[in-house]
Design a binder for this molecule. Structure first.
Ligand code: ZN
Length: 318
């Protein structure tokens, strides 16, 4: 039954990418705006007694159609076999293993960081996003077959989000639109976050619905890339995820790793922090509460748990 939806997803994606990928803007975002206007319009019309019933029926009908499309385009993919079950071991995450891996990724980050470009403030900057996007699509073909047997599409359907300001203030890095098969990212993000976010969203395009699985597939895409920018962003995401897992048990270890960042990495970290602080403080002033969604993160789309990504990573990196 699930394999039917997996095949259906391939056809749907192919069709939608063929139709929409060439547009330089996100059609999906326009559709979301249209939906917002429609909901507002319905709400206003409810005040008129005369066609109230008609309005409600029309509204419910349209919402149902949208929900139905969402389920068959995307929702069913949440029922796929979890990747963890495809790995040869399914051990509980082990803190010492995580520490060893963190040290390994610290060295990897340091090495890759030397190979990337810097802006005038000495912060990592992306030289050509298009090249990174092409590399991500090509790298999808190298994901081990026992983990993904999905068909790879080389159609570039990455779109900068129209809602980039909202995203910066709410901590959303990117999202996949199941109605148009477009992968949106926030172009305002610090460069350290952009390549891996694109790899993560491309994993959704490939047909992995779960957030932490998209992180893991994104990791497989980026970690052995010959593109230093994509590799650095991926290694840095991996390192941060490991540290976030370790910090609850051993904050001292995390501090010592961060102390050992190269000077370039320290500047990148400071820049990420200032980006988050600048946007976060605005939100705090505006709403008067601390929404540390971003700080808890680099999570994608507001998912809260890291452990499943760590589970996958530690069992894969045996
Ligand atoms: Zn995601």
């Amino acid at each position: 039954m699930i394999s039917f939806f997996e095949s259906f997803f391939e056809i749907q994606k192919k069709t939608h990418q063929y139709l929409f990928s060439w547009l330089p803007f996100s059609l999906g975002d326009i559709l979301y705006v249209a939906l917002g206007i429609f909901i507002l319009y319905t709400f206003i019309k409810l005040f008129k007694k005369k066609d109230r019933n008609k309005t409600i029926i029309k509204f419910l009908l349209i919402i149902n159609i949208i929900y139905f499309c969402y389920q068959i385009f995307w929702g069913m993919l949440y029922f796929q076999t979890p990747i963890l079950q495809k790995l040869s071991s399914q051990d509980e995450p082990d803190i010492n293993k995580a520490k060893n891996l963190a040290l390994k990724y610290l060295e990897k980050c340091k090495a890759s960081r030397k190979m990337v470009h810097e802006d005038k403030n000495g912060v990592f900057t992306i030289s050509d996003l298009q090249i990174i996007q092409t590399e991500i699509l090509l790298r999808q073909e190298t994901i081990p077959q026992y983990i993904s047997s999905k068909k790879v599409s080389l159609v570039n359907s990455f779109k900068p989000s129209l809602f980039k300001n909202i995203m910066s203030f709410t901590g959303i890095l990117g999202y996949y639109n199941p109605f148009t098969a477009e992968a949106q990212y926030n172009p305002q993000l610090p460069a350290t976050l952009i390549p891996f976010t694109a790899a993560h969203e491309s994993s959704h395009q490939l047909g992995f619905a779960r957030e932490q699985e998209a992180n893991f597939i994104g990791y497989l895409i980026g970690v052995q890339s010959t593109n230093a920018e994509l590799r650095y962003s991926t290694e840095y995401f991996t390192l941060k995820s490991l540290l976030r897992f370790i910090i609850e048990e051993d904050p001292g270890f995390v501090k010592s790793v961060q102390k050992n960042y190269s000077e370039g990495m320290k500047r990148d970290r400071a820049f990420e922090k200032s980006f988050i602080m600048n946007h976060q403080s605005w939100l705090d002033d505006f709403f008067g509460f601390t929404n540390n969604l971003f700080l808890k993160s680099n999570q994608q789309e507001g998912a809260v748990t890291y452990s499943y990504f760590i589970d996958l990573l530690l069992n894969y990196e045996k």
